[in-house]
Design a protein around this ligand. Structure first.
Ligand SMILES: C[S@@+](CC[C@H](N)C(=O)[O-])C[C@H]1O[C@@H](n2cnc3c(N)ncnc32)[C@H](O)[C@@H]1O
Ligand code: SF4
Length: 381
């Protein structure tokens, strides 16, 4: 088999903008959907030469809201990618879903087109909280989406949750975690729990600044963290990355490529790639992206060619995001250097601070290190 590669495809359309969201996602742009999808397929075909030299083993269709657009477009994208791979090589094909835009017809099309993993944005189980953060769905929509997924035998489903959300209490958060765990028998095999990021210029930042909503204090947030971490692991959801928990064998193969510093290509506006030691990100503006494709112009607006030292530092940071940590032997195989020959000072200092520990061939974050990972990254930036 050729070298493996992962593919990310960005769908930047949403029904409405959630108050906390800073992703490249837009509402009221329906007229651009068709030209955009054609442009994405064009971008894939323009990469034929590279794609035919690699084996695509994972595809991730993210957004935005991929389930918002007509499912025929998802099929069009997957059919285009299938020109360069085949189902037997594809370990994982994920699509992100918003509970309110899931229908049986769409899901049947996804399944026939090769999707084998669903990632559903639940965020919270409480309708009052969902309303407070501007989500366009209710818990009932999620239940309906999950039933459709189960009826169609999707057996690898991930949930997205966020904490602490505005006006969310500790008790409500515990309910959400308990509910997510209770869905293990309904094929929920993976849970991503993100710590809320408050971005400037979002409606959430405004609501917080003006005092319309509030967020629990740090101590309560810590209680939430402890509850989710302990309860999930007691219930077979093993933490394998800072924000990700999975039943054994259901860790995301595509996302592991990111944390293992493996190659991936991103297609679509704002999509990021890591290829040939370079990181680049496509232009965010949808109209400009479509225009550049048809004019055969360069698509990226961010481009970085990493030198050896930067690649090694990045590899350490990405590896430490995984709970197992950095495998010293793998580092040596990848870079022909002993990690201690280059980063002895940084690693020893972080060990002294109680943020890193060593177990057999692994260097990993301690429990404290997992809580203050930013202090660790600072040493390698
Ligand atoms: C780009 S979204 C795509 C999924 C889909 N559009 C949805 O919202 O359900 C991926 C995930 O990122 C997380 N997310 C988005 N904005 C966030 C923020 N400001 N802080 C923490 N997590 C965030 C949410 O959990 C969301 O499900
Ligand atoms: S649906 Fe997802 S991508 Fe769209 S605005 Fe909400 S969080 Fe952002």
């Amino acid at each position: 088999m050729n070298n493996e590669i992962g593919i990310y495809v960005h769908i930047p359309f949403c029904l409405s903008k959630c108050y906390y969201c800073d992703f490249a996602s837009y509402s009221d742009m329906e007229q651009l959907i068709e030209p955009y999808i054609n442009a994405v397929c064009n971008e894939i075909l323009k990469n034929s030469e590279i794609l035919s030299q690699y084996t695509i083993t994972s595809i991730y269709i993210g957004g935005g809201t991929p389930s918002y657009i007509d499912a025929k477009y998802i099929k069009q994208i997957l059919d285009t990618l299938m020109l360069f791979t085949s189902k037997e090589y594809l370990d994982e094909v994920t699509i992100e879903l918003n509970p309110n835009s899931v229908t049986k017809e769409k899901m049947k099309i996804y399944k026939n087109a090769g999707v084998n993993r669903l990632s559903i944005g639940l965020q919270s189980t409480h309708n009052n909280i969902l309303k407070t953060i501007g989500r366009a769905h209710k818990i009932e929509d999620f239940e309906n989406a999950l039933k459709i997924a189960n009826d169609l035998s999707f057996d690898n489903i991930s949930l997205d949750l966020i904490y602490p959300l505005p006006n969310l209490t500790l008790e409500e958060f515990k309910d959400t975690v308990d509910y997510a765990i209770s869905l293990k028998d309904n094929n929920i095999k993976h849970i991503s729990i993100y710590n809320l990021e408050i971005h400037e210029n979002t409606k959430l930042a405004f609501l917080l600044n003006e005092g319309y909503v509030s967020i629990v204090d740090e101590d309560t947030e810590y209680e939430m963290y402890k509850y989710l971490k302990d309860t999930l692991s007691l219930n077979e959801f093993n933490r394998y990355e800072i924000s990700n928990y999975a039943i054994k064998g259901y860790e995301s193969k595509h996302n592991l490529k990111y944390w293992n510093q493996e190659q991936y290509l991103g297609f679509g506006s704002s999509a990021a790639s890591f290829f040939g030691g370079k990181r680049y990100t496509n232009i965010k503006d949808i109209k400009e992206y479509i225009k550049r494709i048809s004019n055969n112009k360069t698509l990226y607006d961010e481009y970085e060619e990493l030198d050896l030292l930067s690649l090694m530092k990045e590899y350490i940071m990405l590896s430490l995001r995984k709970i197992e940590g950095l495998n010293k032997n793998k580092f040596k195989r990848k870079y022909q250097k002993d990690v201690y020959d280059i980063f002895k000072e940084e690693i020893n200092e972080l060990k002294k601070m109680g943020l890193l520990e060593e177990k057999k061939e692994y260097i990993k974050l301690t429990q404290r290190g997992l809580e203050v990972a930013n202090l660790v990254w600072e040493k390698f930036i």
